[in-house]
Design a protein. Structure first.
Length: 416
């Protein structure tokens, strides 16, 4: 009976979230539900993903699920994290009321190399402040909105750099990749795509072709502007200010669980040990008992990204950084990659995804790569710590990249 009442309560909360986000507001402050009360004692308060609806394996909306049903346990069934809440400061900045970070509303329409982007942020004066900086991956991902997608950001509060919904809305972060990617070699840096929702490592060194390549009748002419050429090493940047956000504080509980006191979450220390489809991942977490607890769940995409350690990679060039992209307290199962390398797996989240703005079904689910984020040849293309999506089952709709239908599971629960 208690579980049924809990499920009914969650459904009512989901209805409330949808209602409040659809209501007109007379001011620039977002509505905050009771569950989204931003008064907390956590140093790393997680922001909700925004996804309040559940979907079946083919991406169709599914309602009425209760605990024990197949496909129960999705992001929408728990609505965890502080409800997204922003205040427009009427000075070109917006404050995230959950994290306390202050953001630039309108980023520069110029795309920069990583070094240029860093300089731009440090030189920025906006809203009466000059202490702006480039955000970390965890900071920038905190403003991602998975309620619909394309774009994966609330455009009532944040402007797109180009003003258009395009895959090119890629924004630099401060997290240099410690590993080696196909595109960037040893010089890659993570970025967040505000339109597609991904976190990927992008090439961060170099620039446009040399001027000697642009000659007409032996007369050298200036190379075209990066934005015209489409320089792959030029991305946008959205500046942030405030105390550093996203620092974990783990405690090994000695019972195969780890508590992150910074977020208030408890994690399974070991993964499930095998790759499984998305529906089985939901069921595995929902039906597991560990350390005397039976309220485990599959993490949503922001929860799982919170335990990524961007200083670690299976392809790290420094030996001390080699390993899966999470704290060494977590035990990730070793796998062999598609290219035959020693590697680590992808891990499912309970958050669904559209493949493109033309999609009408959420037949994908988000995952986090703790090992190589591979291309179709099994090479590290987007970096350990990347956030991408896969189809939910074998035979599901195919995407652009090589598919891994069988991914692993770390379970999560509220520590208090």
């Amino acid at each position: 009976m208690e579980k049924i009442l809990k499920t009914i309560g969650l459904a009512l909360i989901a209805t409330f979230v949808l209602f409040t986000t659809s209501c007109e507001k007379d001011d620039d402050t977002a509505v905050v539900s009771e569950e989204g009360n931003t008064e907390n004692t956590y140093s790393y308060p997680l922001v909700a993903s925004g996804q309040a609806l559940a979907y079946d394996l083919d991406g169709q909306l599914i309602t009425g699920l209760v605990e024990g049903d197949d496909l129960f346990g999705q992001d929408a069934h728990y609505l965890k994290g502080g409800t997204m809440s922003y205040t427009n400061n009427s000075d070109g900045t917006v404050t995230d009321n959950v994290t306390g970070l202050v953001w630039q509303i309108t980023p520069s329409t110029t795309d920069f190399t990583w070094e240029e982007a860093e300089t731009y942020c440090e030189s920025l004066e906006l809203g009466g402040y000059d202490d702006w900086r480039m955000p970390s991956a965890k900071e920038l991902f905190s403003i991602s909105d998975f309620s619909t997608g394309w774009p994966y950001i609330n455009t009532d509060y944040f402007d797109l750099a180009s003003g258009e919904v395009t895959k090119d809305e890629q924004f630099w972060t401060s997290n240099l990749y410690v590993g080696v990617t196909v595109e960037g070699g040893e010089n890659a840096t993570f970025g967040v795509n505000h339109v597609t929702g991904h976190i990927k490592a992008y090439a961060a060194a170099g620039g446009p072709p040399p001027m000697s390549m642009f000659s007409v009748n032996d007369s050298v002419i200036p190379p075209p502007n990066d934005s015209i050429m489409g320089n792959p090493m030029a991305k946008y940047v959205r500046a942030v200010r405030g105390s550093e956000y996203g620092i974990n504080n783990y405690v090994d509980n000695g019972d195969a669980t780890i508590t992150d006191k910074a977020t208030g979450l408890m994690w399974s220390q070991n993964d499930n040990g095998e790759g499984i489809e998305w529906a089985d991942a939901l069921s595995y977490a929902e039906n597991s008992e560990l350390a005397g607890y039976s309220d485990w769940r599959l993490p949503n995409v922001k929860e799982l990204q919170s335990i990524v350690d961007y200083s670690r990679s299976i392809t790290a060039t420094d030996a001390e950084n080699i390993g899966p992209a999470t704290d060494p307290l977590f035990n990730c199962t070793s796998i062999t990659s598609e290219a035959g390398y020693d590697d680590y797996a992808y891990y499912w989240t309970g958050t669904s995804a559209y493949f493109s703005p033309m999609s009408t079904e959420m037949y994908y689910a988000w995952y986090v790569a703790f090992g190589r984020a591979v291309n179709d040849e099994g090479e590290d293309f987007h970096g350990a710590g990347a956030v991408r999506f896969d189809t939910k089952y074998v035979g599901g709709a195919a995407g652009e990249d090589a598919e891994r239908y069988y991914n692993y599971v770390f379970m999560v629960r509220d520590a208090e």
